[in-house]
Design a protein around this ligand. Structure first.
Ligand code: GDP
Ligand code: MG
Length: 239
């Protein structure tokens, strides 16, 4: 079975979850448009507004009206990071799907690095070269990646790095269950079971300049562990 669609011409869906990102969503969208207009004649951009309580949804709708390739979808109410990613993958219609965060902490231009590896791997998962987060957050991230690698027999450098590209077909083959931060680990573990190969490459990470980070609160962490052990039981119990 050929898992990898054509790279040239590139057919690509790009989405980013936005939760209370009124200060970032327009900048992120204009950056996405600039990069995609350069690299593809067949692309769509999907802004996933995850039940934001600020003006994110309204700005996303305006951007969709202003730009033919931009679409805005709204999770109402907020369904968490995993729920937002699931929505983005389900809404994507092009051959490849790329996602990143909507908060401006990554540079779209670095998508070139991922695309240049698509002739060798089915999926490309980036890692942050110099992660711009507090030390405690980096230690937690390292421990989480190590634990997930051990549980699912993988060798990934930075599981939660929000800069990945997948063949869209994968999402017809797997069922995603995680509504929280486990989503990245879940998709990669299920893809591995189906024989998808994963390439890795470093990308830069930037400080958040506006809006609030919510990815590390206790509720998010607790839910991630609960979902992690559920996934482990499911995958190893069904062998
Ligand atoms: N934490 C969180 N982020 C969400 C949610 N829905 C969408 N997001 C988006 O997910 C991205 C990452 O969130 P952030 O708080 O910056 O986490 P961090 O980058 O891991 O520190 C941002 O673009 C958020 O707007 C949600 O329910 N919770
Ligand atoms: Mg962030």
């Amino acid at each position: 079975m050929n898992r990898r669609p054509c790279i040239a011409p590139l057919s690509i869906s790009v989405f980013y979850p936005c939760y209370n990102e009124e200060a970032n969503v327009e900048k992120t969208t204009l950056a996405a448009l600039k990069t995609l207009q350069r690299i593809s004649d067949d692309f769509e951009i999907i802004i996933v507004d995850d039940g934001s309580k600020d003006r994110t949804g309204e700005i996303a709708d305006r951007l969709a009206l202003e730009h033919a390739q931009v679409r805005a979808v709204h999770n109402e109410p907020n369904r968490g990071y995993g729920g937002a990613l699931q929505r983005g993958f389900r809404e994507s219609t092009k051959s490849w799907v790329f996602y990143t965060d909507g908060d401006g902490q990554f540079d779209f231009e670095e998508i070139d690095k991922l695309i240049s590896m698509l002739d060798k791997y089915d999926i490309i998962s980036a890692y942050r070269i110099d992660r711009k987060d507090p030390m405690m957050r980096k230690i937690n991230g390292y421990c989480w990646t190590t634990l997930v690698n051990l549980l699912f027999w993988q060798r990934l450098r930075d599981i939660d790095c929000a800069f990945k590209i997948f063949p869209r077909q994968l999402f017809d083959e797997i069922e995603m269950k995680s509504s929280g931060a486990l989503i990245d680990a879940e998709i990669l573990a299920r893809a591995k079971r189906r024989g998808y190969s994963v390439g890795q490459v470093g990308v830069h990470h930037y400080q958040r300049t506006a809006g609030e980070q919510t990815g590390a609160n206790m509720g998010v962490i607790f839910r991630a562990f609960k979902e992690l052990f559920g996934l482990w039981r499911e995958i190893h119990g069904s062998k």
